[in-house]
Design a protein around this ligand. Structure first.
Ligand SMILES: Nc1ncnc2c1ncn2[C@@H]1O[C@H](COP(=O)(O)OP(=O)(O)OP(=O)(O)O)[C@@H](O)[C@H]1O
Ligand SMILES: Cc1cn([C@H]2C[C@H](O)[C@@H](COP(=O)(O)O)O2)c(=O)[nH]c1=O
Length: 190
């Protein structure tokens, strides 16, 4: 089973994934971007927001995804795979950029993933106040510097992206206690 934890920056994805790692000792824990050797280099490139073209940025994420599916997801299909982000992020961030039409977004992701998608997506959903607070507590990367409004639009776009890709989405209130969120995810996986 391949599942993905989704949410905007600071939603608590890494925190929950560390909890799931403790619970599922045999699971393959991975992430996008940066779940492979080449992916680590792509991650550094995209997070520095050096690409002038939004299309180039989108294609870098897509290249990371293609490598991730081939190197991590495909060989571990028989195991529980838990990924920090997935194609849903790819489509959501691109929807907000409005550079590529929706049909092409789906086609390009089908090409990159070879049609392999998570069977369940958990969206950790933040309130505006909590997002502002969490962003104020950290040093921001190039994408986070695009601001609160941008990230809230992404949060809405994640819901649309899951629909476009026809994936099951479980929305979780990410402002609650860490333990409560972990329990909700575990109840949904089991
Ligand atoms: N349920 C929670 N309640 C309060 N604080 C939380 C909760 N979950 C995570 N945090 C805190 O919010 C911050 C961001 O969490 P985390 O790094 O897990 O988010 P993320 O979604 O992985 O972020 P990014 O996408 O930016 O890497 C951390 O300081 C973390 O301790
Ligand atoms: C997969 C993917 C990610 N992004 C953005 C979302 C985040 O701002 C960063 C990844 O950083 P994180 O610490 O791993 O959350 O990249 C994107 O714009 N497009 C994508 O396809």
């Amino acid at each position: 089973m391949y599942i993905a934890i989704e949410g905007i920056d600071t939603a608590g994805k890494s925190t929950q994934i560390e909890r799931l790692r403790e619970h599922f000792k045999d699971a393959v824990i991975t992430k996008e971007p940066g779940g492979t050797e080449i992916g680590k280099e792509i991650r550094e490139m995209v997070l520095s927001t050096r690409a002038k073209s939004k299309r180039a940025e989108f294609l870098l994420f897509l290249a990371d995804r293609a490598e991730h599916i081939k190197e991590v997801v495909e060989p571990n299909q028989g195991k529980l795979i838990i990924s920090d982000r997935s194609a849903v992020s790819g489509v959501a961030y691109a929807l907000v950029q409005k550079e590529i039409d929706k049909k092409d977004l789906v086609l390009l992701n089908n090409f990159a993933t070879n049609g392999i998608y998570p069977s369940k997506i958990f969206l950790l959903k933040l309130s505006e106040d909590e997002l502002r607070f969490r962003l104020s507590q950290k040093e921001l990367d190039g994408i986070e510097l695009r601001g609160v409004e941008y990230l809230l639009n992404i949060q809405e776009a994640i819901i649309e992206a899951a629909k476009l890709l026809d994936l099951e989405l479980v929305t979780i209130d990410a402002t609650r206690k860490i333990d409560t969120i972990t329990s909700e995810i575990l109840n949904n996986i089991n």
